[in-house]
Each structure stands twice: as C-alpha cells, then as structure tokens.
Design a protein around this ligand. Structure first.
Ligand code: HSE
Length: 432
C-alpha cells in the first residue's frame, strides 16, 4: 500500500516472497503518531506484507491517506479471514485488550505497542498465545526503537542476569533534560514533548512513572520470567521535582533521571521499582538525554552493557513495530522459557535503598522510617535528608508519599537485601 494507491489491497501485490516466509496481510488498528510512523516506514520496505485496511476511531479526523484505506468497524478486520496479522497501535488499553484477544482467538498473529494493556493482562495473553498457537509480539511496547524485548528473550536466555535498569520513558527524560540542562519551565517542556508526539494522551502516565512501570513489567517478564502486577510495584515520578532538587543536583555535579530497576537481590529473589535517581557523570545514563531511552543490562558473563536509542516518536517506535511484523513472516514468537524454570524467582520488597527526601515541613519526614541517615540539610524554606529506607515501607506508604509536598529520589546505591532487626528491637539509627 502506497500513499498514491487507490486500493490498499492491490498494492505490494508484486512483492517477491520466497518460501521461507509467509505473506502477511495486515489489519492495522490506529493511525496516530506510531501508526503513521509505521506506515511511512512500511512503504519504504520490500517486506512480503500488505496493509489490507486501517481501522480508526474518529470519522471526522482529516487523514493523510484516501478514505478508502480506512474503516471505522473493527470487525471488518477481525472477521476478515484473509487478514493473518493484526497490528494494534491504539492508545485505549481496554479497547486494545479486546482487539488483541479477539484477533488471537480468531487465529491471527498480533503485534502491539500497548504497554499498559500488556502489563495489565500479560499472564492471560501468554496463555492465549499458547492456547491459540498464534504469536503476540510487542517490541515497540518497551523503549521504542531499542530491541530490548527480543534481546532479553533470546540473547540473554541463559545468562545470569543481575539487573535490567534504565530510562524507559522518553517524555519524562525529554522534560528533565529541557528543565535541568536548558532551564525551560516544566509546562513548556511538557508541551514540547506533547507536540513532538512523545507523550501519552494523558501525560500523567509519563511524568508520574506509570508508562515506565508498564514497560518495566514487560521487561521483568522477559528478563526473569516473572509476571508482576503493576499495582504491586513502588512507582514515583518526576511531578514533584522542584528548583531545590535541581540545585542539589547542580552542586553535587549530578543529573536527575527517572529510573526503572528490576534485579536480583539474592539467589532466588528480585526487586523492582520506578523512581527518580541522581546520577553522576560516570553513570551510563548521565548522557542519555531528551527522548532517548537507555537500558543497562548487567549479567554475570557479558558484564555491563548499555543500549541507547530513541524511546518515543512515530518513526523510532514504528521501526520496532516493523521488526515484529517482519518476525511474524517466519513464525517467530516469544517462548517464555524463563517462566518455566523449576524454581520461580520471588519478588521481594525487603530491600534497602538509599534515598534523598526534600521536604518543606519537617513533619512530612515522619512518613519515612529511616534505617539510618547519612546526610541532613535544614535551610530556612526547605530541608533534605539522605538515608536508607526499606522498599517495603515505601510501598506501604506510597499514597501518603505521593500526597506530601516532598521530592523523593534514589542515590543510585545498589539495592541490598534488607537484614531487618526483629520489629520490637528495630530502631532508627541517625548518623548525621
Ligand atoms: N509516552 C511514551 C514515552 C511513548 O514518552 O516514552 C513511547 O512509549
């Protein structure tokens, strides 16, 4: 299908396809930023594939392609037995879930970029893949153009993975870069991220860390074979970032990044969280700026590796969708071998983290149970404390933490398995 064609089905009919690959007939849901990005890329490739029809929601919206390319009825795609691949690129997670389920039950392979939908329904969708013999691929759902999902599923299949961490949200990284490095206001930076097509329709998903969390859950599954409910994870975003925190970072030569972490803390336990973090210039993510994402994979034998690439935007994300479409030609699917391990890994919250808490009212610090305090500052209008807290405690109090006029960030010390004293004798140790 090319922009000048009158009928989408007639296009690409001359594409050569050899016996090792199946010819794909695609039903595309969504023609927003990523859908259009994919379309642009698609028309420049010679994949043995054609886009049969595009289903969109809004009949009044002006489109860049002739009206004959579009339908407003999802069933036109889902019930078309000619279509063997559904590419789902809408941003409504519930509608996407229904589309994906129906497509797989109809025996169609699915490529999706919908991280929220996947993170909320992953175990069920994996079972559905198994039951229907279809493929469900989602490289574009995590970190845009960085091929981290397939790498974790295949390349790191037998590696002892210590951790997978990094910047998984392009919009918040764009905002942080603009606000901290370029001194733009938060509002202007957010507007730019929206105008450039990086942000979610509801940008709270970006700046409050939800989007990053959904991606982290997908990565946790591919890295460790563990299904994690997003609601069980400690998530704290960048919305409360203030001038005082940027001042702190500047004085210490640090930058602030919204970091996702999943990693081993013992032989059979992993911990997981999303939180801003101060990083110094030696940190692998210090120079990962704007809409770029960075994924650090630490493993026993390959050691520490950094993947960097554009994490948002039509073309970068579209390129990951295209790669999945291409993989469908040779019946590729994720095998989830790690989730079939004899001894499944457990998720623990008994983990010590070193954090910075900036406050206005000293009484707000009471929400935190510091195990120890390493540094303290008290000025006229605000103060901060750097100390060790337990992840379990942060999770228990996360709503209260989010409501307080404070800013919380990690200092980047490796999370450590907590060795807690029995509750009765446990005491807060202050080391100022
Ligand atoms: N809103 C997302 C981001 C888009 O900014 O990373 C890509 O998933």
């Amino acid at each position: 299908m090319t922009p000048s064609a009158s009928s989408p089905t007639q296009e690409k009919s001359l594409t050569l396809h050899s016996t090792w690959q199946k010819h794909l007939k695609i039903g595309l849901f969504g023609f927003g930023c990523v859908g259009q990005g994919l379309y642009d890329i698609f028309t420049k490739t010679d994949l043995s594939a054609e886009i049969v029809k595009i289903c969109v929601k809004n009949p009044d919206k002006k489109r860049s392609l002739p009206a004959s390319y579009f339908t407003f009825e999802g069933q036109e795609l889902l019930e078309n037995t000619d279509i063997n691949l559904i590419v789902e690129l809408i941003d409504d997670a519930e509608a996407a879930y229904q589309i994906v389920k129906r497509a797989m039950l109809a025996g169609k392979d699915v490529v999706t970029a919908n991280k929220k939908m996947l993170a909320l329904h992953l175990p069920e969708l994996i079972a559905l893949q198994e039951q229907t013999g279809t493929a469900l691929l989602y490289e574009a759902a995590a970190c845009g153009s960085i091929p981290i999902i397939r790498n974790l599923a295949e390349y790191y299949d037998n590696e002892l993975l210590y951790s997978v961490s990094g910047i998984f949200n392009g919009s918040s990284n764009y905002i942080l870069t603009k606000v901290i490095d370029e001194k733009l206001s938060y509002e202007v930076a957010l507007k730019e991220a929206q105008d450039l097509g990086f942000a979610e329709t509801d940008p709270t998903l970006d700046v409050a860390g939800f989007d990053a969390l959904y991606k982290l859950c997908l990565i946790a599954m591919q890295a460790y074979g563990v299904a994690i409910e997003p609601a069980s994870v400690f998530r704290y975003g960048i919305t409360a970032l203030g001038a005082e925190d940027m001042q702190f970072a500047k004085e210490k030569g640090l930058k602030i990044k919204l970091i996702n972490y999943v990693g081993k803390v013992s032989e059979d336990e992993i911990c997981i969280f999303v939180m801003p973090q101060f990083v110094d210039e030696k940190h692998y993510l210090y120079d990962v700026n704007y809409e770029y994402n960075g994924v650090i994979v630490e493993a026993a034998f390959s050691d520490k590796q950094l993947f960097v690439g554009k994490g948002a935007g039509g073309h970068p994300t579209g390129s990951a969708v295209l790669s999945d479409i291409s993989a469908c030609r040779y019946n590729y699917r994720y095998e989830y071998r790690k989730s079939r391990r004899e001894k499944a890994l457990q998720v623990t919250q008994e983990v010590f983290l070193e954090v910075y808490v900036r406050y206005v009212h000293k009484s707000d610090l009471e929400v935190f149970d510091f195990i120890e305090i390493r540094e303290r500052y008290e000025g006229r209008s605000y103060g901060y404390v750097i100390g060790t807290v337990c992840l379990e405690d942060l999770i228990a109090k996360r709503e209260r933490i989010e409501r307080k006029p404070i800013f919380l960030a990690a200092l980047g010390k490796k999370p450590e398995k907590a060795v807690l004293l029995p509750k009765k004798t446990q005491q807060t140790v202050f080391m100022v």
